[in-house]
Design a protein around this ligand. Structure first.
Ligand SMILES: [Zn+2]
Length: 387
């Protein structure tokens, strides 16, 4: 058993105790981490969200030079609503070589391992800095990570690489699809169903919008060329269509929530442009012919960029070496990794736990996964030390 397991366990127990479901504030947890670091002489920068209710945390250890390695994770967790838990989700328990609690796998376990590493990092003669970057609101659209990347840019740090500790069972993940949440809102005019001549039916317009998206989705499906992903193409999917109040009323409003999972950068614009052209040229004029004030608007709710493999970048080369593997794989889920990569920082994902245990009732992580992660991080410290 590694000596770091006990402090990592104590920290994880503390972190799980904060109910940081994304809709809640994470400030208490961030303040606890800041105090924990301050107690060891490490100053942390707390970066508040625009409304001040949440925060990212950024801290650096080692020489005050450019570059270095970012170790990053998100502090928020998914809700437990509607799940049947046999245990208190926000009180960590230990059983049969597993730690149970919301966030143990996704991804407070990784943050606990990183924080447990602080004494080693402080003792080591680091050749370049190691940065901690902990975010808020990852689970609801990776909103917090942008503030971290902006801070890194503004501080002129230019890290050499970033490791994101999402659960991969300590496998090196070098790619995932992007995840883009879209909302199309349609405003027609409602009226009694006996006087359809007076209304502009928003459901009919919504059907036309959905038909465009479906046609596009089928065209993308017909070209399965991005073989590193499953499925090997960009997906477009309509998830929610809200409209209507009564059988005998023409609906005046409709909203469509739809989703794009892009295999690479540059896929979103053509999809948006095709929809915009169809709306402008055909769907909106038809609606306006019935009601001059009709509107159709599409907005991006979140845009999590894809992570594109960079097999020759130092991030992947070093991560493989530390993980003792020659292989890298792709993940089926989105993460903050693409946001760091988009900012010019080579990035990979490697963290403890299995994604199969994330987001579920009685979420758990194997203790051995934390030990693997601590081993990986200890090798990182050794690699980054002058002697
Ligand atoms: Zn996560």
């Amino acid at each position: 058993m590694t000596a770091l397991l006990r402090p990592a366990t104590e920290i994880l127990e503390k972190l799980v105790g904060f109910d940081t479901v994304s809709r809640n504030s994470n400030l208490a947890l961030i303040e606890w981490i800041a105090r924990h670091l301050a107690g060891q002489g490490v100053a942390a920068t707390v970066l508040k969200s625009p409304d001040g209710t949440k925060a990212n945390l950024f801290a650096s250890i080692g020489p005050r030079t450019d570059g270095g390695i970012v170790l990053s994770g998100h502090t928020d967790v998914v809700p437990v609503d509607g799940q049947i838990w046999l245990r208190d989700p926000f009180r960590m328990t230990s059983e049969n070589g597993r730690y149970y609690g919301r966030g143990t796998t996704d991804m407070k376990g990784y943050i606990a391992c990183v924080l447990a590493l602080v004494p080693q990092l402080l003792q080591a003669r680091l050749k370049r800095p190691v940065h901690f970057a902990f975010s808020y609101d990852e689970e609801v659209g990776c909103f917090g990570a942008h503030g971290l990347v902006d801070h890194i840019k503004a501080a002129g740090i230019r890290p050499h690489m970033a490791f994101i500790g999402e659960p991969t069972r300590m496998q090196v993940v070098n790619g995932h699809k992007g995840s883009c949440g879209m909302l199309t809102s349609i405003t027609g005019r409602s009226c009694h169903s006996s006087r359809t001549d007076l209304g502009a039916n928003a459901i009919y317009a919504a059907m036309d919008v959905v038909a465009v998206l479906r046609r596009r989705a089928e065209a993308l499906e017909a070209d399965p060329s991005d073989t590193m992903f499953d499925p090997p193409y960009t997906t477009v999917s309509v998830g929610v269509l809200n409209s209507g109040t009564a059988r005998n009323a023409v609906p005046g409003d409709a909203t469509i929530q739809w989703d794009i999972r892009a295999t690479r950068p540059g896929m979103l614009d053509p999809i948006r442009q095709e929809l915009d052209a169809e709306v402008r040229g055909r769907i909106l004029p038809a609606l306006r012919a019935r009601h001059a004030g009709a509107e159709i608007a599409t907005e991006t709710i979140y845009d999590v960029p894809p992570l594109t493999p960079e097999p020759d970048a130092e991030a992947e080369v070093l991560a493989k070496r530390l993980a003792g593997t020659n292989d890298a794989t792709t993940a089926p889920y989105g993460s903050e990794a693409g946001i760091f990569q988009q900012a010019g920082i080579p990035t990979i994902i490697c963290g403890p736990g299995d994604i199969a245990q994330a987001h579920i009732a009685d979420e758990w992580i194997e203790v051995s996964e934390l030990e693997s992660c601590l081993g990986f991080l200890a090798r990182l410290v050794k690699h980054e030390s002058a002697s």
